[in-house]
Design a binder for this molecule. Sequence first.
Ligand code: GUN
Length: 275
Amino acid sequence: MAIILDGKALAKSIVKEVKTQVNAMAEPPGLAVVIVGDNPASRVYVNNKKKDCQACGIVSTEYALPEDVGESKLLALIDELNQSKDVHGILVQLPLPEGYDVQKIIQAISPLKDVDAFHMLNVGRIFNGDYSFLPCTPAGVIELLDYYNIDPKGKHCVVVGHSNIVGKPMAMMLLHRHATVTVCHIHTADLGFHTRQADILVCAVGKIGLITGDMVKPGAVVVDVGINRRDDGSMCGDVDFEAVSQVASHITPVPGGVGPMTRAMLMRNTVMAAN
Ligand code: GUN
């Protein structure tokens, strides 16, 4: 049975650290959370982020806008938040409803307040390896690996999923740690051939049961970034946990693995933005 990478416990200790840092600050950091429309998953994520802020002493302000608010009003709000001295971090919850130009919205956020690290300046800095903000999910994965003394250096890391939010920055950050990196995605032929090569397998797709026991090399470290809901409402990742935990050396659970780490990294980024 694999060792469980307990993101929930580690995130808790990071949140505690962040709280201590916030307590030592003259003014609490401010995080503006913008949500457009009523995507139920986004609502849950935003509520969780607000709870985390409260736990850390960060002042979160929610801007819940109707689905049809339109790009120009959304851009005007971002402009106002960019200028506000009380707002240190700005987060626009994704996905935006259909019809919005996501890149136009994200690029309007000041790179200095871009706690998601989605702005092209921050993305480019990650590429160069001289980053300040790191995107929360891949940063959380690296933090979790570090905590359990799992060093990617010289290892074959296989990332499944090539999104801008997780897969691409994850691959880049593993490269910075001197891993050999393979990125797989929806068009990859024979996914199992690649995943079976992985010493460290990171899966960020959003498909229940994508990674089965026979797709994992014995002794591999398996990080499941997927957040899915089964028909009965329960949560699971992309990895068949029952089967893969019999093969892997280490595995993240869902829930309680990467999710809480992502949230903890957002708190860290917000404090960084305020300093
Ligand atoms: N939607 C899914 N993940 C994220 C995230 O990390 N940040 C934002 N803003 N939206 C998301």
